[in-house]
Structures are given as C-alpha cells and as structure tokens.
Design a binder for this molecule. Structure first.
Ligand code: NAP
Length: 278
C-alpha cells in the first residue's frame, strides 16, 4: 500500500509552487490533504484540483504563518478538514535577493519572520498533536542556499540555515516521542515564488547564474516528488537530483575547493556586469 494512502496531511504554503505540486501528488497517492496559505482564492483553486486528484476529503485553512495567533486560530479548521494529523509540511516562504549593504533595512527581519519564525509558529501549533499521538512526520522546507550560501542571498540563506538548525534540534527532541522530522533543501525551482524573487535580482546575480555551470532550474513537480520521498524514507537531509547531491558533497568534503570555485564565478560575473554597465 502507498505510504501516503489515508494519511492526513497539512501542507502550509500549499496554494502555489512547490507546496501546491506536493499537495496534488499526495492527494493522487490517496492522502487527505489540507492546504494552508494567506490567500483565499489560490487556496480555493487548489482544493478544486485536490478533489480531481484524489478522493479526499480535502480542505483549506487561511493563516499568516508569521502571526502565531492566526496560526493557532486555524487549529480547529484543520481538525474539521482532516479529522486529525499525520504529516505536517512547512513549505511556506519567500526569497529576496540583494547585497548586504543594498538590502532594504527590514529584509533581514522579514526573511527571518517568513522563513524561520513562521515555521516555528506552525510547528509549535500543530506539533503537540503528533507528540500526543506518538507518531507522524514533520517536513521543513529549507533551501540549498542554507547548505551553500551564495552571493546576494545573505538574508535569505541565513533564515534558511536558522530553520535547518532548528530542525535538527527538533528532530532529536521529537524522535523520543515517535515523531520524525525531515528537512528538504530544494534547488532553484520554477515557481511563482522564483518569478517574484527574479524581480529582486541585481545584475551581478543574473550574471553569476547565467555563467555558472552549477545552476540548474528544476520543476516544482520534481522537487515535490523528492520531498514526498524524503518524508516516506525518513531522510533527515533531503535533496533533489544528482546536481544538488554533488554540490552538497563538494561543499561538505572540499569546502576550500567550493569557495575557490564560487569566488572565481563571482569575480568573473561582477567584472562582466561592470563592463556591460560602462
Ligand atoms: N522556488 C525556489 O527556487 C526555491 C528554492 C529553494 C527553496 N525554496 C523554498 O520552497 C518553499 C516554497 O517556495 P515556492 O517557490 O514554491 O514559493 P511560492 O511559489 O511563492 O509559494 C509560496 C507559498 O507559501 C505561501 N506563503 C507565503 N508566505 C506565507 C505566510 N506568511 N503564511 C502562510 N503562507 C505563506 C504562499 O501563499 P500566500 O502568499 O497566499 O500566503 C504560497 O502558497 C519556500 O520555503 C521557499 O523558500 C524555493
């Protein structure tokens, strides 16, 4: 039987992008899915897609993950939609790209709110239910940028690294209660969120990306499938594709080589941008 068949799954950030793709895949595999996000219209559209994908029942709740009160107020809605909880996916988040001295003042706090504290609010609201039933899984969606922070992503990478550290501590704590915690580190993924992020990219970051041999864009479906696999196989460190695994291995085993390689790419791209501007 499929691991997700009959599982009750809450996907926070399920109205678009990676979360939406994951919600639909899990519904196809027989899960009952409740999607959560701030925007009501997007949620309604996904719920309709979930009903086409699998028998459900499915549902939706609207909350702002950065507001602990708003998350807590959704507890009953999730219970009504699913009748309980087996898998919690914290997949909301957003990215802005800017140099450390060029970023708007509130970028650093905003990234921490959305990508770190928002997940903490969700885990602290729904996690106790999994602990009480002594079973279930929590998946936190971080980013490859947490493992290998890159030029222009200081605020974002730091928020995702905070989440990864939180998750490791949480994993140890909840293992004692039979609850599994996995972290997934998506690579660059084709989503509405990436389109938004692209609008914030300075020319040097575009140049780095276009000249780098490492930057590959994955589909939301592919990333969602690897998140589902990480939950099913209880992988504490989930990655998508050979390219992510290779990068993570090089970073871990040969950090000096990785730094020389990225520094050279940055130097070349910044010089190229300066030439193009003159
Ligand atoms: N796309 C990439 O290249 C990439 C790479 C690495 C990691 N990731 C991570 O993967 C996750 C999904 O990214 P994505 O690209 O699929 O993003 P996306 O297309 O922008 O979707 C983000 C989802 O999160 C929800 N959301 C955002 N802020 C929220 C909040 N404060 N409270 C509740 N829900 C909120 C959005 O709905 P509302 O706006 O309506 O609330 C939407 O459902 C994020 O954590 C992102 O950092 C993405």
């Amino acid at each position: 039987m499929d691991y997700f068949s009959g599982k009750r799954v809450l996907v926070v950030g399920g109205s678009r992008g990676i979360g939406r793709a994951l919600a639909i895949q899990l519904a196809r595999r027989g899960a009952r899915v409740c999607v959560a996000a701030r925007g009501g219209d997007d949620l309604d559209r996904v719920v309709a897609e979930l009903h086409t994908a699998g028998p459900g029942p499915h549902g939706r709740v609207a909350f702002d993950a950065t507001d602990a009160g708003s998350v807590a107020a959704a507890r009953d809605g999730v219970r009504d939609a699913l009748g309980g909880l087996d898998v919690l996916v914290c997949g909301s988040g957003s990215a802005r790209c800017a140099g450390v001295f060029d970023a708007p003042d509130d970028d650093f706090r905003r990234m921490l709110d959305v990508n770190y504290l928002g997940h903490v609010n969700v885990v602290r609201t729904f996690g106790p239910e999994l602990v009480a039933q002594r079973g279930g899984a929590i998946c936190l969606v971080s980013s490859l940028a947490a493992l290998m922070p890159i030029y222009g992503y200081a605020a974002y990478a730091a928020s995702k690294a905070a989440l990864a550290a939180f998750a490791e501590s949480l994993r140890q704590e909840l293992k004692l209660h039979g609850v599994r915690v996995v972290v997934h580190y998506p690579p660059t993924t084709d989503t509405p969120g990436l389109a938004e992020e692209n609008r914030t990219k300075p020319p040097a970051v575009w140049a780095i990306e276009s000249q780098s041999g490492w930057n590959k864009i994955h589909s939301a479906d592919r990333v969602a499938a690897s998140i589902a696999a990480a939950i099913e196989r209880d992988q504490p460190l989930g990655l998508t594709g050979f390219d992510s695994r290779l990068l993570a291995t090089v970073m871990r085993l040969a950090p000096g080589f990785f730094r020389r390689m990225t520094d050279a790419e940055v130097r070349k791209a910044v010089a190229h941008t300066a030439r193009a501007a003159s």
